[in-house]
Write a protein that binds this ligand. Structure first.
Ligand code: SAH
Ligand code: SF4
Length: 393
């Protein structure tokens, strides 16, 4: 388990260089904080406003190469491209679900590690406008070993750097922009109106709060209004429930949404599928959630993966209702996406609705969320699992 360290906005060189195959690849410019980028360009003899232009090209325009930075002189573009790369992700698989709502990319990092990123497209439903959500990874693998999770079944590899985390959103932004442009050509979108990625969820591979400093720094980069400009309220961080980091996050003054992977209403049931529960038991976790909600004024989201005949009875629904009583929260009920090694089947829709009824008896609002992209193994860690089968990677 990684303990939280300082929340400096400067990613350390060590983090970035660990991920870099130094013999061949140029360092990614995404590893430079805005301040560092400015200082570096000034050292190269450029004016400060050049750094703003480069920042905008990378994070707002999401350009794929220095050549596309049209506001810069050719010699300056050339000089940048001799010293840096933009992204350090190499796409090795890209699949889209039959209904086109979900795409999933598998990326190879410089040291050969594989991570997954998902883009989910939601049509407007009358209440909410249409949106595109990027689901991103924060670690290669995960140390926490939840038994229903494909990433947990693969074990921990390493933390992602700030640049590797943000690069995933930039990749999804390029796809989303290209789709916006097609819609403009078809007259379905006003000319010049690029929407891009509207939401980001930290629900891909890994435990975000075990990579605390890089994740918080990445959130601030996503927030930057001269860059990707993803509002904090459109960002959701999902955690297995690392209490010290939850309390630290409460002090960051970020208006992001916090989602807790609860998945059981009591210690006996939770410990069967989530080893972390032995370290941070349910009552302590809920106490930390109260503190977080009080400090931030934000409601907490609970994720509850429904595992057939494990945690989906009416009695367990009522127990969960009592546990969450008095907390400003919302529960997302998610029938499990079965994994290769996982012993669990999905709860059917009828039983999920009954569970929802049990929560309602205690005034706890909930939604049953069918996972998107089942046909493309969109569940956390599942594409990597499949790629290893196919590619022998
Ligand atoms: N480590 C973090 C975030 C990544 S997992 C966490 O655990 O919260 C994102 C969400 O996917 C978590 O709620 C996790 O419990 C859930 N999940 C993992 N495996 C799943 C599966 N096979 N089916 C459905 N949800 C799953
Ligand atoms: Fe890790 Fe989250 Fe998977 Fe648990 S559910 S093993 S914490 S990624």
């Amino acid at each position: 388990m990684t303990t939280p360290s300082s929340t400096s906005s400067e990613p350390t060189a060590v983090d970035a260089s660990e991920a870099l195959n130094a013999s061949t690849a140029l360092p990614s410019i995404l590893e430079l904080s805005r301040d560092r980028l400015t200082a570096t360009l000034i050292e190269l003899g450029e004016k400060k406003f050049r750094a703003d232009q480069v920042w905008r090209s990378i994070y707002y325009e999401a350009v794929a190469s220095f050549d596309d930075m049209s506001t810069l002189s050719k010699p300056f573009r050339k000089s940048l491209s001799e010293q840096y790369s933009i992204s350090s992700l190499e796409q090795v698989m890209f699949v889209t679900s039959a209904d086109k709502s979900t795409s999933k990319a598998l990326y190879k990092l410089r040291d050969g590690e594989l991570i997954e990123t998902v883009l989910m497209r939601y049509e407007s439903d009358g209440h909410r406008r249409n949106r595109k959500t990027a689901c991103i990874s924060t670690q290669a693998g995960c140390a926490l070993g939840c038994t229903f999770c494909a990433t947990g079944q693969q074990g921990f590899r390493r933390n992602l750097t700030v640049g590797e985390i943000v690069a995933q959103v930039i990749e999804m932004q390029r796809i989303a922009y290209a789709e916006d442009e097609v819609q403009m050509e078809q007259g379905k979108r006003t000319k010049g109106e690029l929407q891009g990625v509207t939401n980001v969820v930290f629900m891909g591979m890994g435990e975000p709060l075990a990579n605390y400093r890089n994740v918080v720094t990445a959130i601030r980069v996503l927030n930057d209004n001269q860059g990707l400009n993803i509002g904090a309220r459109h960002i959701t961080l999902s955690t297995v429930g690392l209490i010290p980091q939850i309390l630290q996050l409460a002090e960051e003054e970020l208006q992001i949404n916090l989602a807790i992977s609860l998945h059981a209403p009591d210690n006996a049931t939770r410990s069967q599928t989530m080893p972390i529960n032995q370290r941070y038991p349910v009552e302590d976790l809920i106490r930390a959630c109260h503190k977080y909600a009080d400090a931030t004024g934000r409601r907490i989201f609970f994720e509850y993966v429904l595992l057939k005949e494990q945690n989906d009875s009416m009695e367990q629904a009522q127990k969960l209702g009592r546990l969450l009583n008095g907390l400003h929260c919302h529960v997302n009920l998610i029938p499990v996406n079965p994994t290769k090694l996982g012993p669990f089947d999905r709860t059917d829709m009828g039983a999920a609705k009954d569970f929802q009824g049990g929560l309602k008896q205690y005034g706890i609002p909930s939604t049953v969320r069918m996972e998107k992209g089942i046909d493309i193994n969109a569940g956390c860690g599942q594409l990597r699992e499949r790629a290893i089968d196919i590619l022998g990677a």
